[in-house]
Design a protein around this ligand. Structure first.
Ligand code: UD1
Length: 434
């Protein structure tokens, strides 16, 4: 896993069928792992996905003096933060994972200081950190930047009001985590409403935090005055099913499913996606924790516009664009969340798609166009899966490079797609074996 020499070699196909189970959510487990620093005793999470971002977060935590043990067999991670002593995040590692910024809030709450590099992750636009800097300053922090490292200091959070210029997910989460152990009342306005934010708050509340409004745009936190939280039950806290993985499989099924049943998911978390998918003519049946999708004879074009939850997720944009290359007519893809999240278009055009980028936020897809198997390089995690779907639709062989991006968020994706009948192999280009 996570070898930069690995590729996926795919032979296009006509249809896939069977059932595919959704794993735990990357964006949920990462914030839960960060929040474990606020607990006095070990905490355990279940339904943990075997993805490389979890591994990176685990090593980052260990670098701070924390114990973190993963059981692949049980799909759990146990974190004991009682020994948290260090406040410097390993720069080389933190640069590789954007979620490292989420550690600012809890480490500041525990140690009063943290130093970290500019966070990495997917290159999908500027991804600045100004909301984090301004937000913590509102709570009384001082922030300095020297030699590419940011140092935050906040000995005591006496509360305050922060208005986020945009409902940023990780900024909301890290400010929330800091406020929980604070000495006053913190109000986060224009907060993100993503299910992972609400779920993080539920976990913190279960440990004794006083939080109101998580899941809405105004979150009010009454701090514990420095008292650490404690997990009240011996039960492991389950990570949410990954809604982006659910949506990714739904798109795959919309274009190739004959039919495909997606299990272990929460269909209401992907309502916006399912609405757009239905509009293309895809047939969808929904149960409490499953979705069954049958591709139609022909797909119709639709426009999509990304936005904060519950709107159409930006993480689904590239995947849906691949489906739109097979739809009859002209579709507009409007990406409002990130700039440069249309960087995958060039590679899809190379495969035969008719897509015109109008400006950094808008593209027009004209379909249907047959796709041809090619060598393509994934620019980010979600585009990586989009290319896998394109490869499965395409005639001939496709080779997807930068597989490490895909491994960041999708657990052993090739094995799970093979179970649906997909011809996809992981190949190590150095020794030519998987
Ligand atoms: C999170 C998700 C990511 C998803 C994204 C949007 C995690 C670990 N990652 O990323 O998978 O694609 O939400 O749903 O949960 N912004 C600023 N200044 C800041 C912070 C953000 O201008 O300091 C802007 C960003 O450039 C972007 C917008 O805010 O335009 C939203 O980004 P944000 O919600 O912060 O994304 P992440 O939390 O990084």
């Amino acid at each position: 896993m996570n070898d930069e020499k690995e590729t996926f070699v795919i032979q296009g196909t006509k249809a896939l069928s069977g059932s595919i189970a959704v794993r735990g959510a990357k964006n949920d487990v990462l914030s839960l792992m960060a929040s474990s620093l606020l607990f006095s005793h070990p905490v355990t999470f279940s339904n943990v996905p075997a993805i490389s971002d979890v591994e990176k977060m685990k090593i980052l935590l260990q670098g701070l003096g924390v114990r973190a043990d993963v059981s692949q067999k049980k799909r759990t991670i146990a974190v004991d933060a009682s020994s948290l002593t260090h406040s410097l995040l390993d720069p080389a590692l933190a640069e590789k994972i954007r979620a490292s910024v989420m550690l600012i809030g809890p480490v500041l709450a525990r140690l009063g200081e943290i130093t970290l590099p500019y966070p990495g992750g997917c290159v999908i636009g500027k991804r600045p950190v100004d909301f984090f800097i301004e937000g913590f300053k509102k709570l009384g922090a001082t922030v300095n930047e020297k030699n590419g490292l940011f140092s935050f200091r906040l000995k005591k959070n006496d509360g305050g009001t922060i208005f986020l210029p945009y409902p940023s997910v990780t900024a909301t989460e890290t400010l929330l985590m800091n406020a929980v152990l604070g000495h006053g009342i913190t109000s986060i306005q224009n907060a993100a409403c993503e299910p992972e934010v609400e779920h993080l708050a539920q976990f913190l509340i279960s440990g004794g935090a006083n939080i109101k409004g998580a899941g809405t745009h105004t979150i009010i936190v009454k701090g514990t005055r420095g008292e650490l939280l404690s997990q009240k039950t011996k039960e492991a806290f389950p990570v949410l099913p990954d809604r982006i993985e659910t949506g990714s499989f739904a798109v795959l099924a919309g274009v190739l499913g004959d039919p495909i049943r997606i299990t272990g998911c929460l269909p209401h978390h992907v309502a916006a996606l399912l609405e757009r998918l239905r509009a293309t003519g895809v047939s969808i049946r929904i149960g409490d924790d499953w979705i069954e999708i049958q591709k139609p004879k022909t797909l119709s074009s639709v426009d999509i516009k990304t936005g904060p939850y519950p709107a159409f997720a930006t993480d689904m944009q590239a995947l849906f664009a691949v489906l739109l290359t097979q739809a009859i007519g002209q579709s507009v893809v409007f990406e409002t969340v990130f700039e440069e999240r249309l960087r995958y278009v060039e590679e899809l055009r190379h495969m035969g798609a008719n897509i015109t980028v109008c400006d950094p936020h808008r593209a027009i897809v004209v379909g249907p166009t047959p796709l041809e198997g090619k060598n393509v390089k994934s620019p980010d995690l979600r585009a990586g899966l989009a290319f896998i779907i394109a490869g499965l639709i395409a005639k001939g062989e496709s080779v997807i490079h930068n597989v490490y991006h895909i491994d960041r968020g999708y657990e052993r994706i090739e094995e799970r797609l093979q179970a649906l009948g997909a011809h996809i192999e992981r190949v190590n280009t150095e020794n030519n074996k998987a």
